[in-house]
Ligand binder design. Structure first.
Ligand SMILES: Cc1ncc(COP(=O)(O)O)c(C=O)c1O
Length: 387
């Protein structure tokens, strides 16, 4: 039987491999999972009654999303992000990952190139390869910040888009507004798209501010903005996100989404209407604990500054540690799990092959396990890296 050679060239996610190691080492505390520790607000659960009250809701609904949710999103974009629709459309998706796949399929032909920042979010790289395109990786700087000149230099006649994620997974970096403006302008000048993934928009610390490139004057025709309820509203399994797209992509994206999904799950869309009534304050309250945990991590890891570097990370709920010793990161992860009962994700998952990197995710932690987990990581690194 023939299997797609294209799919063979798609990387296999390392996260399930780490998951298997965790399962075979009971009692391991995971600093691997990129999810929030909490679930949806009560308003989301209550809104399900609205869904259930109307039997018509069990039928297929509009490809682009139910009008009630589209309206709430439009208001949110205007007041929080400074994005007005004017020549743009919103398409509700089954999460931001789906928004990214829709975007790549809508703007590329096989053999085209998409510029990703290194380290990349692995599902973005996988989506590009699945679409038979090439991911061109541009390194970020020592603080994992954008290098707009390097991005401009990487653009060729086959480039169709530049992707930025801010706040970033896997680094936690919040990109500077000036750099995002510069990248958006480079895209405009080059006649290519700027795909801006803003799944972590609410997760910023120490006064860092999130900026939406879609709010830039004149960005409407070449900017694709991706959002998600997964992190902010503890909605990961409900599968709701949305994309803001230029008018010219509306029909192509409706064709893709109609074929793959028909419509986003309507029960989840109603729950999303409820969640967004609770609004950003819901996430803000929940973030108090995550902010404290982040500080515990920073305090603890300062004690091993001779062994690992922690570049500045004012957003999301990640740190990407640079280990000074040149070790195989997967072997280091294995030792941390087997000998110290703490799990992190190796850097090659995010395309970082040059040195030894480890991603620490702290969003899923509760206060009671956080100190223990972080303590094990720091003690484990100290032991492994000094013997
Ligand atoms: C940058 C980024 N984009 C998108 C996603 C996926 O979001 P969703 O659950 O909305 O598909 C993730 C999840 O980890 C992410 O880190």
């Amino acid at each position: 039987m023939y299997n797609s050679s294209r799919m063979k060239s798609v990387q296999s996610p390392i996260i399930p491999v780490v998951g298997e190691l965790i399962r075979s080492n009971p009692g391991t505390i995971s600093l691997g999972q990129g999810v929030a520790y909490y679930g949806p607000p009560q308003q989301a659960i209550e809104a399900i009654q609205t869904f259930l009250a109307n039997p018509e809701n069990h039928k297929y609904k509009l490809v682009q999303g139910i009008p009630e949710l589209l309206k709430v999103i439009e208001q949110k974009l205007e007041t929080e992000n400074g994005i007005t629709l004017d020549g743009r459309r919103i398409v509700v998706t089954a999460g931001a990952n789906m928004g990214f796949m829709n975007a790549v399929l809508a703007i590329t032909d096989p053999g085209d190139q998409i510029i990703l920042q290194l380290p990349y979010y692995f599902n973005h790289e996988m989506a590009v390869v699945i679409a038979d395109c090439k991911a061109v990786c541009v390194p970020t700087d020592d603080d994992y910040q954008l290098q707009p000149e390097a991005i401009a230099a990487a653009i060729t006649g086959r480039t169709r888009a530049v992707v930025t994620i801010s706040p970033n997974n896997p680094t936690g970096a919040v990109y500077r507004e000036s750099d995002l403006r510069q990248v958006n302008e480079i895209c405009r000048r080059s006649g290519i798209y700027h795909i801006s993934d803003e799944a972590y928009e609410y997760f910023t610390y120490d006064g860092a501010r999130h900026f939406s490139p879609g709010s830039i004057d004149g960005s409407g025709r070449h900017t694709i903005s991706l959002f998600s309820l997964s992190k902010a509203y503890g909605f990961a399994s409900w599968r709701i996100g949305w994309m803001v797209i230029p008018e010219q992509l509306y029909m192509p994206i409706k064709k893709i989404q109609d074929t793959i999904l028909i419509c986003p799950p309507v029960i989840s869309q109603w729950a999303a209407v409820g969640a967004m009534k609770a609004g950003r304050q819901y996430c803000r309250d929940k973030m108090q604990m995550t902010t404290e945990i982040r500080q515990i991590f920073l305090d603890e890891v300062a004690g091993i500054a001779d062994l690992v570097t922690v570049p500045r990370a004012d957003g999301a709920f990640y740190f990407l540690l640079r280990v000074h010793e040149d070790l195989d990161p997967m072997e280091l992860v294995r030792q941390l799990i087997e000998r110290h009962k703490v799990a992190v994700i190796p850097g090659m998952t995010f395309g970082m092959e040059d040195k030894c990197y480890l991603r620490v995710a702290y969003g899923a932690l509760h206060k009671d396990t956080a100190a223990e987990g972080i303590g094990r990581l720091v003690k484990g690194l100290k032991q492994i890296l000094t013997t």
